[in-house]
Design a protein around this ligand. Structure first.
Ligand code: FUC
Length: 795
């Protein structure tokens, strides 16, 4: 029995019940209906707008006024003044449209079918729908191929000539489909040149260029191959009659021609791109397309295997398992959720594609929640937490590419807005690499709008990519210039606090507010803990990178001195790690962001060995914050509890996340998981899926520490919960270029396999014990038995 499946006994009614497929660029949500099949379609460069002007020359003077107010202690005034530093909102990621296959086109179809089954097979990245109606069994297989750059649909039935249906394709954007020839439909469309974000609409929120020039052009084509069946064009439809089998091939492309180019005025023609993909795929046998897809996908997916045991619960459909997860013993659902996160990363992020946005690549709206953009005060980074650790380093590439582009725009923002060198990014970005603060020139709440730390946080991904892969060329050619530029900006942004420390001012703690003794709630202050933690991280990585590359000694020295002077962490009156530079934390604050714990995760400044007291304070803060939150908030907390080495608490967070949310909810701050295993903020936001996948891995392997001698520590089973007494995992990656496989029984390690990619020593830590193992590049190591693992390594 293949356990790596999401499966259901009913077609999807809601979008959050449909099953996602994707090849990094093209995505679809598959509903699996009986009278009608519906694929909601996406292409990852289909965004509204175009390159724009978002820098604000007034920001610099406003910054000086904000600082003056802050250092006079007038925080309320500073909060208001900071609005003068804003630019426009980002543009949204858009749905492309919908493909429908109507099976009741010629004759009504029985609403009731027997033996209905629909699934997403994670082993092959293929959806399957099967049912029997009127004595005929129908089967549909659908996948998104990366090598062929198409979505393929194969329909079969067990009665000769039993397939009759009509095909049409629609878009809520401007555009219409019409037949290109007897077997091909083409939808040509145009995206708006501007869309206001939901909740901030002006009079005309969705604006098209009246001359038809500006705005993204796009095209989707679908070709029907029906064997001995007949295919004909009828109005805007293609009609298939009497086929035994039919294959539909769908290609889509946009005019996107780079982040600095107007997609409407200087775009690429999407038509020949669609035509070339369709022709090549149509000339290939369906089985060959399928095999090439599976081979390509499995080369990534099969690198990691996880077995936490399986109980009878696996016999139930996925939505019922989810509904019962908290009460049941169903460790395999946790494993499935882990692998689903890896599946989603492969499906939404491949070299050459756009990075996964708030919804990966799956969005059915024109004004999606939060613009379905890149929110870089947690969400985008979380999307990539599993990338290296879960052995999908290639899938990290789109984010690294975005960083380079963001830095180009961010250099201009740094100069225009602040008169500073280096580069900066704030809390939102989009396809156009918007780098300035959003908020529509003053409308935005400073609680999120006033945050110039996005670039600095993203830089962590550069160092992590290097730490896991050891790719010095990457660090030299691409990584270091970005780290250096972000650090340069930070040096210019920091100011003296009058007591010998360097602080950020204005500073916020994303998206939380402190309360002044007079009851006033404000966001902007001086030297928030997260700002300091992110800059420590950035400086540390920039220093290390310059050492590895043997460059820039004077700059390294400057950073080393500045790092020493950063305002240090403080422990407050409740024993908590202060979120603010003053002891303002409210012990009843259950805010979803846990920004002040950045140094525990995803940072590495706070550890049990190096900073035990601060770590205890961090734990206290986390306890006060509670075990609830939005989906991504709970995903973050899995990782935090894993770093605190409390496996049972990490598991409790996972259990809280694996609560069924059905799509009808009105509380947008109580997270969970939808029937299709998409993370529920709610609404759907993909970050929680990726956070949970990273968190499960972090419970089993950690590698963020080095010993005092600088040897990489591989901490094995650092936070194993009692719910998973027996299990095995293979293919996880540790920093320093190690691939790790582990097996355990009754909570104790029984086997360790290590593949050393780069050679050199590593320190294996098991519980309180540790031992250094000297490895050779390319060599594998195998250690059996809990105690003998340490002995063997020592000898
Ligand atoms: C941040 C979070 C919200 C949401 C949004 C996309 O603003 O605080 O909860 O996830 O990003």
């Amino acid at each position: 029995m293949n356990l790596w499946r999401l499966w259901y006994e009913r077609p999807a009614e809601r979008w959050v019940e449909a099953l996602p497929i994707g090849n990094g660029r093209l995505g679809a949500m598959v509903f699996g209906g009986i009278a009608q099949e519906h694929l909601q379609l996406n292409e990852d460069t289909l965004w509204a707008g175009g390159p724009g002007e978002w820098n604000n020359p007034e920001a610099h003077a406003a910054l000086l006024r904000v600082r003056e107010a802050l250092f006079r202690g007038n925080f309320a005034h500073a909060n208001e003044l900071s609005r003068q530093m804003q630019g426009p909102f980002t543009q949204p990621y858009l749905t492309l449209g919908d493909l429908y296959l109507d099976f009741d086109y010629a004759t009504p179809v029985a609403a009731a079918a027997s033996g209905y089954h629909r699934e997403l097979d994670l082993l092959r990245a293929v959806t399957l729908t099967r049912y029997t109606a009127g004595g005929v069994t129908y089967t549909r297989e659908i996948f998104a191929s990366h090598p062929a750059q198409i979505i393929a649909i194969r329909l079969t039935c067990d009665r000769p000539g039993g397939l009759t249906f009509a095909v049409h394709i629609e878009t809520p954007l401007r555009g219409q489909a019409s037949p290109l020839d007897a077997t091909t439909l083409a939808l040509r469309g145009k995206a708006p040149k501007h869309v206001d974000p939901g909740g901030h609409e002006g009079e005309d929120p969705i604006r098209y260029d009246p001359l038809g020039g500006e705005g993204m052009d796009f095209e989707a084509r679908v070709r029907v191959l029906a064997g001995t069946g007949e295919v004909r064009a009828e109005g805007e439809l293609l009609v298939v009659t009497g086929a035994d089998e039919a294959v539909l091939l769908l290609a889509a492309a946009t005019s996107f021609n780079g982040f600095r180019t107007s997609p409407g005025l200087q775009g690429r023609d999407p038509a020949p791109i669609c035509a070339a993909c369709l022709e090549a795929a149509a000339a290939t046998a369906y089985d060959a397309l399928l095999q090439a897809h599976i081979a390509d996908y499995q080369a990534l997916f099969q690198r990691v295997d996880l077995d936490l045991g399986a109980t009878d619960a696996v016999k139930r459909p996925t939505d019922r398992r989810l509904a019962h997860f908290a009460a049941d013993n169903d460790p395999q659902l946790a494993a499935l959720f882990f692998q689903f996160g890896r599946y989603l990363l492969i499906a939404s992020s491949r070299p050459g594609t756009q990075p996964a946005n708030l919804q990966g690549i799956w969005n059915d709206m024109v004004q999606p929640p939060w613009n379905s953009n890149y929110t870089i005060n947690i969400n985008t980074e979380m999307n990539y937490w599993p990338a290296e650790l879960c052995n999908l380093s290639e899938c990290h590439e789109p984010l690294l590419q975005m960083l380079e582009e963001l830095a180009e725009n961010g250099r201009v923002t740094a100069v225009v807005n602040y008169g500073l060198p280096g580069w900066v990014a704030h809390h939102n970005s989009d396809l156009w690499r918007q780098s300035a603060p959003v908020g529509n020139y003053g409308q935005g709440d400073p609680v999120w709008a006033m945050w110039p730390m996005g670039g600095a946080w993203l830089c962590q991904h550069i160092w992590e990519h290097f730490a896991f892969t050891g790719d010095v060329d990457f660090l030299r050619e691409r990584g270091y210039p970005l780290l250096r530029g972000a650090a340069q900006f930070a040096l210019g942004w920091l100011v003296e606090d009058g007591h010998g420390h360097l602080v950020t001012a204005p500073a916020t703690s994303p998206e939380n507010q402190y309360r002044l003794p007079n009851g006033e709630r404000l966001a902007v202050s001086i030297g928030s803990t997260m700002d300091m933690a992110i800059l420590w991280d950035l400086f540390t990585h920039t220093i290390s990178a310059s050492e590895v590359l043997g460059v820039d000694a004077p700059f390294r020295e400057t950073l080393t001195v500045a790092r020493e002077r950063l305002l240090p962490y403080q422990v407050g009156q409740h024993g908590q790690l202060q979120e603010w530079s003053r002891d303002w934390d409210d012990p009843d604050d259950h805010h979803r962001h846990v920004s002040h714990l950045f140094g525990v995760y995803p940072g590495r400044q706070l550890t049990p060995e190096e900073t035990p007291e601060l770590l205890r304070a961090a734990q206290r803060s986390l306890e006060l914050r509670g075990d609830g939150g939005t989906g991504w908030s709970m995903g973050w907390k899995i990782n935090l509890w894993a770093r605190l080495r409390d496996g049972d608490h990490a598991y409790r967070m996972l259990r809280n996340m694996l609560q069924l949310v059905d799509g009808s909810e009105t509380n947008y701050l109580r997270g969970g998981t939808y029937p299709n295993l998409f993370d529920a903020h709610p609404p759907f936001q993909i970050d929680g899926n990726f956070g949970a996948t990273a968190g499960i891995a972090e419970m089993l392997l950690q590698s963020h520490r080095t010993t005092q001698e600088g040897v990489r520590v591989l901490h094995l089973l650092p936070a194993l919960p009692s719910a998973w007494p027996d299990g095995r995992i293979s293919g996880l990656r540790g920093r320093g270029g190690f691939e790790v496989a582990l097996a355990w029984q009754n909570g104790a390690l029984t086997e360790v396999k290590l593949l050393s990619m780069l050679g050199g020593p590593c320190c294996l830590q098991i519980g309180e014990h540790s031992v250094v193992l000297h490895t050779t590049a390319g060599a594998g190591y195998r250690l059996d038995g809990a105690l003998s693992i340490l002995e063997a390594a020592a000898s």
